[in-house]
Design a protein around this ligand. Structure first.
Ligand code: CTP
Ligand code: K
Ligand code: MG
Length: 180
């Protein structure tokens, strides 16, 4: 029962989990804020780039389409009804995750935090809030069907744990400058 809930939550959120990690690998190039400052600090900072955002979103969408193909055999094999993603929902999860992370950088700069500084709580959940908010906005019926209260509860507990583990691993592998 709890296993099926966790599997469903993980599957449904994968298109939102992967974009930020893809952006780490793809980042570089022109920052979104073009170097502009606002109230004495960068608007977003050099860590939010057009390329990272575009590649992250694309990777998330492609992953969702891949999961669609895997859903029937995986559902049959595990006896769990794994959701499929229509294109708007896939885009909303991936792009929403990137937007949540960008919004967090905006808040970090407003609170005097330099690029790369930690903001516990925000760092672990910014992309979840962005992804879910855009998914509910873009494809409300689908989001209500997939993200039931119980699945949402699992997402809110599971995501920070996964975030801490994947970022520590990326840091240990030399892919990321900070372990958060
Ligand atoms: N990245 C990117 N574009 C994004 C998000 C991330 O290019 N929209 C890349 C950047 O190279 C960034 C790295 O991924 O440095 C790690 O992402 P993140 O930890 O979110 O950025 P930080 O550099 O820590 O900057 P901030 O303090 O603004 O979060
Ligand atoms: K971040
Ligand atoms: Mg960071």
């Amino acid at each position: 029962m709890i296993g099926a809930l966790v599997a469903t939550a993980f599957w449904a959120m994968l298109p939102a989990y992967v974009p930020n990690n893809a952006a780490v690998l793809a980042g570089g190039g022109r920052p979104i804020d073009g170097g502009r400052e606002w109230r004495g600090a960068r608007l977003l900072g050099d860590g939010k780039t057009w390329r990272g955002t575009a590649v992250g979103t694309l990777v998330g969408v492609c992953l969702a389409l891949g999961l669609n193909a895997l859903s029937p055999p995986a559902s049959a094999a595990f006896g769990v009804e794994f959701p499929t993603f229509a294109l708007p929902a896939a885009f909303a999860l991936a792009f929403g995750a990137m937007c949540g992370d960008i919004g967090a950088s905006f808040l970090k700069r407003r609170s005097g935090r330099e690029r790369g500084a930690a903001f516990p709580g925000l760092d672990q959940l910014d992309f979840v809030v962005g992804a879910l908010a855009l998914a509910f906005l873009v494809d409300t019926d689908w989001a209500l069907a997939v993200f039931t209260p119980r699945v949402l509860a699992v997402v809110l507990v599971m995501t920070p744990v996964l975030h801490v583990v994947t970022n520590a691993a990326a840091y240990a592998l030399g892919l990321k400058n900070e372990p958060w």
